[in-house]
Design a protein around this ligand. Structure first.
Ligand code: PRP
Ligand code: MG
Length: 212
């Protein structure tokens, strides 16, 4: 019998809430610390622990069938992947921020400037919408340090509590999009696995109703 292969974030902010949701819908997994794939007990599900940024490609290729992932990651590189459920946790926003002391009236102020980000496609979309041209520096983490070390004039990154911006003397000046965790599905899902997915979706809906 086939199993539904679900990807979750290996470590990071989504991981705990994702595992809690799986537990709440009756999918219990006891995996050793470094085991990257684990089977659920009494349910045809396998969980894959992956890096956030790798999950969209796994879904596109059909290597995993579904994933619990931040909507913002799909907007960045998840074309063709369907979102079937919003999960109501890990809310955040993708924002532009600049040094606290800088003047900022609109995105037009970033014309010709350097923006550091881990979300180049999202920033490009936003800049294009406003007819602004800027130079993007792609970095994969600790983006907020970039203005302080002279690498960029502005950043675009995820903001949740705002504490990272605050600690790095930056201020949020534009919100590009809002995001939360979602259940995303591979465009290559077959009908046998689709049936397992439907059971899971039904259970998730019940759990989320109970949480409100
Ligand atoms: C994420 C994100 C922001 C921060 C936002 O970084 O890239 O830097 O969290 O959260 P806050 O508004 O609550 O401070 P993370 O800590 O995951 O580290 P990384 O960027 O180095 O991967
Ligand atoms: Mg960060």
């Amino acid at each position: 019998m086939s199993k539904l292969r679900i990807a979750v974030q290996k470590s990071g902010r989504l991981n705990q809430d994702s595992m809690k949701l799986l537990k709440d819908i009756g999918i219990s997994i006891d995996n050793g610390k470094d085991q990257l794939k684990a089977s659920a007990k009494g349910f045809p599900v396998e969980v894959f622990y992956l890096r956030n940024g790798d999950i969209p490609q796994y879904l596109k290729d059909g290597v995993v069938d579904a994933a619990i992932i931040g909507e913002n990651v799909l907007i960045e590189k998840g074309e063709g992947i369907n979102v079937v459920e919003k999960l109501g946790f890990s809310s955040c926003r993708v924002c532009i921020a600049v040094p606290k002391a800088d003047q900022y009236n609109s995105i037009k102020d970033l014309e010709g400037k350097r923006i550091a980000t881990s979300y180049p496609n999202t920033v490009k979309m936003f800049l294009n919408e406003h007819g602004v041209e800027a130079n993007l520096h792609i970095i994969n983490g600790s983006v907020e340090i970039a203005p302080n070390i002279g690498l960029a004039d502005a950043i675009c990154d995820i903001v949740s509590s705002g504490s990272t911006l605050f600690k790095n003397n930056l201020k949020e000046v534009d919100t590009i999009l809002k995001s939360e965790a979602v259940l995303a599905v591979s465009p290559k899902l077959n009908s046998e696995r689709q049936a397992i997915l439907e059971t899971i979706q039904f259970r998730i809906q019940s759990v989320l109703k109970g949480r409100n």
